[in-house]
Design a protein. Structure first.
Length: 335
């Protein structure tokens, strides 16, 4: 008999989770969105790779400054992208690594230039929508008709469409805020048709043993069957089911339509209309706000519909209207 027979092998202490896994867990514990999680993890991964895979706790302010300068000078990223990378690194050092480093507050913040939004005319919006078909037409029409952001539209649940009051309740919008916007009368029949198709897809998922949609916060724990309820389903479900990365192990669910699909459809439709302006789905939100102001609606009303925390953010659309100091008649026209 071997000398070590019957002796259990030595098992050392469990290895601590990897840094990126710690970051993911920390973000999920604090209920950050999945997109914020993906962005922050990606920036931290790039930061570590940029410095030869050294651990961030061994790096100082010069390393952070060098990475941010690399993004601005060599990668030529925008100021908002550079600030996004900085925010990810600050979260890593302050929240995950719990390092009290005074120099973190001294890292230079890139100045974001103030740009006027791209706005389509009513004729350009009409031509763009005519170049779209099916669910993509309905999504783009809702973006223009309600002022929703792309993800707010795609994350729309069945229960938040109020046909009788002609309004849409937007849950957990930007800044984790709820608000109410208008439901265009002309989109009611198409939206009802879309819900009928979505209901058929949901019934097939239930018959196949699926149909459980992602629920925010701890609702899945409080109400185990709510994820399979009709009211919680996405209005615009994806064509196929996919594993949810937030589950351990990942759970196969049907998510909503990907925003990249909407962006591609709108971009290609703009090309077909020969529109010279750079068109994205967010341009429809800008056009919604501008056209409301042109129609004489109060700026506070537009602010509420858009979900802006400060009216100064909404004021940018008054510049697009050529009001204020630029709303004058050129002396050349008097000659």
């Amino acid at each position: 008999m071997p000398a070590d027979a019957g002796i259990a092998p030595f098992i050392g202490p469990p290895r601590p989770p990897r840094l990126l896994d710690q970051l993911r867990t920390h973000l999920r514990t604090r209920h950050y969105s999945i997109r914020t999680e993906q962005v922050y993890v990606d920036w931290v991964r790039r930061f570590i790779k940029f410095h030869g895979f050294q651990h961030p706790k061994d790096l100082g302010p010069a390393a952070v400054e060098a990475f941010l300068s690399h993004l601005a000078v060599e990668r030529n990223v925008s100021a908002s992208t550079q600030n996004q990378a900085k925010a990810a690194l600050l979260y890593l050092y302050k929240q995950v690594l719990a390092l009290s480093l005074p120099w973190l507050d001294d890292v230079v913040q890139a100045k974001v230039p103030r740009r006027l939004p791209v706005v389509l005319t009513e004729r350009e919006v009409r031509e763009l929508l005519l170049a779209l078909h099916g669910p993509m037409w309905l999504i783009a029409s809702l973006l223009y008709g309600t002022g929703m952001r792309v993800l707010e539209c795609l994350r729309l649940r069945v229960k938040d469409v109020e046909f009788s009051r002609r309004e849409i309740v937007i849950r957990e919008g930007k800044g984790n805020k709820d608000r109410v916007t208008v439901l265009p009368e002309g989109l009611v029949p198409a939206l009802r048709t879309q819900l009928s198709r979505t209901h058929a897809v949901h019934q097939k998922d239930l018959a196949a043993g699926f149909g459980d949609v992602f629920l925010p916060d701890a609702l899945a724990t409080k109400f185990p069957n709510a994820g399979r309820a009709w009211g919680w389903q996405y209005v615009f479900p994806a064509a196929n089911r996919a594993p949810d990365p937030r589950g351990q192990p990942p759970v196969e669910r049907r998510h909503h339509v990907f925003p990249e699909s909407v962006q591609r459809a709108v971009r290609e439709a703009a090309k077909r209309t020969s529109c010279a302006k750079p068109v994205s789905p967010h341009v429809l939100r800008h056009s919604f706000a501008t056209h409301l102001l042109q129609a004489g609606y109060d700026i506070r009303t537009v602010q509420e519909l858009l979900g802006h925390a400060d009216v100064s953010t909404t004021m940018i659309y008054t510049h697009v209207l050529n009001r204020g100091g630029r709303g004058v008649r050129s002396p050349l026209d008097a000659l």
